[in-house]
Design a protein around this ligand. Sequence first.
Ligand code: SF4
Ligand code: SF4
Length: 448
Amino acid sequence: MILNLKKTFKGGVHPKEWKELTKNFSFEAMPKPKQVIIPISQHIGIPAKPLVKKKDRVKAGEIIAEPEGFVSVPIHSSISGIIKDIHKEPNVSGSPKDAIIIESDFSDEIEMMEKLNFSSATPDQIKERVRLAGIVGQGGAAFPTFVKLTPPRDVKIEYVILNGCECEPYLTRDDHYMLERTDAVIGGLKLIMRALGVAKGAIGIEDNKKTSIDKISEACKNEQSVQVESLKTKYPQGAEKMLVKAVLGREIPPGKLPLDVGVVIQNIGTAVAVYDAVVNGEPQITAALTVSGGGIISPKNLLVPIGTSIQEVLDYCGGVKDNAVKVIVGGPMMGVAQYDFKAPIMKATSGILVLTDKEVNDYPETPCLKCGKCIEACPLGLEPTKLARYAQLERFGDAEDAKITVCMECGTCTFTCPANIPLVQWLRYGKQKVIKMQKQKHPELTEC
Ligand code: SF4
Ligand code: SF4
C-alpha cells in the first residue's frame, strides 16, 4: 500500500543537504585491513566479555566476546587472524575503550551461522538469530536489536516502522540500502514484524529520495501489510518522535518511548542486518557507511570490516584535501568530531565526514538576541535558550523542572541560532548533570 501525503512534524530546520556528493555511488567493499581494533562495547548496555586471549587464532565471524546481561550483544571478529592484545584503544566516542586487537593472517577463513528459511523461521528463531548475530540499531544509538524485539509482556506492539529518512546532511548509506538491497530491506521488515507478532509495517522515507521511494513502493505494491510513506524533507524527520508523529499521527509523551504508543522503530540498515543474519547466516561484522564532505578526495559509499581505522578508510578514499579542517563520525548535526584517526569503525558507524573551512560554522559566539528562533525550531517544544542558560549557571534543579532530560540532542536549536551559541553542547552538559543528580537521588535508576 503506498501513501504519498508528504507528512511531517512541527518545527525543525532545512540544512543544506550535500547528498549529491555520494548519491550516485554504489556500495564498494573495502579490502580487509592488516589489523582491526574491535571494541568490546559497540552498543548501549553492558560491554561484552572477551572470550579470547593473546595469541589465540580466530576466524572472521567467530564470537570473540560474549554478552554480559540482557542489554548486551556478542562481538565477532571481522577478519581471520591472531589476537595481538586486549587493551584500551582510541574510540570514536572520544574516550579510549577496551578493545580486542587482531592481526590478519590473510587466510580469509570465515565462520558463518547456519542459514534459516525465510518463510518458516519462527519468531523465537528470528530473535535468537538476531541476538547471536550481535545486531545493534544502525540509526546511531546502537541499542541491541533483539532487546527491541523482546518488549515487556504487557506492552502491545501494533506497528513496526522502518526509518528511511536519513535526515542528516551528506549521508546516503540508507538511500543506497533501499536502492541496492530493496528485497533485504523489505524481507528484514517482515522478519522483524514476525518476531514481534505484528501485522502492520510502514517505511517512512524523506521525499528527497525519490528513486528509493519509487523502488520500495514498486516492491511493496502487493503488500497489504506494509505502507510506504513519503515524508517531507526536514531535519530531524528521522528522530523517533517525529517519525511516529509523521507516519501514524501518534504523539509520544515526554519521557516515553515508541513502544508506549504501540510502535517499534528500526533503521533501514538494521532491517538489512536482520535479513542477512537470518537468510545468509551473517553476523554483524561489516559496517556500511558514507564517506563524504568537501575535504575528502574521493567520496564513497563503503562496506567496511568493523575495526578498520578511520585513517585507513580516509586513505582508501584518496586522502584528505589541504583545506580539510574537521573529521566527524556520523552526520554533521549529531556526529562526533574526531581527533585520533586510529579510532576504529564500529557496528553503528553510518558515516565519516571530512569538512572544509567553508562547510564548518566557526563564526564567533555573540550574546543571545532573544529572537526566539531556537524555540520555534525545537521539534519537542522546549526552550533551548532557557535550558542552556540554566546549564551555564549550574542551576540543574531548574533545568530538570524545565525538562532538559527530554532533549534529544538533535542540534536543531544550535543550527538555527544567529548568535552562534553552542546550545546543544550546553544542553548535553546540563542533561548529564541532571541525570547524575537523579541517579544519586534514586540509585535504582542505574545505567543498564
Ligand atoms: S537539541 Fe534539544 S532543545 Fe535543541 S532542538 Fe533538539 S530537542 Fe530541542
Ligand atoms: S536562537 Fe540563539 S539568539 Fe535566538 S533566542 Fe535562541 S539562543 Fe538566543
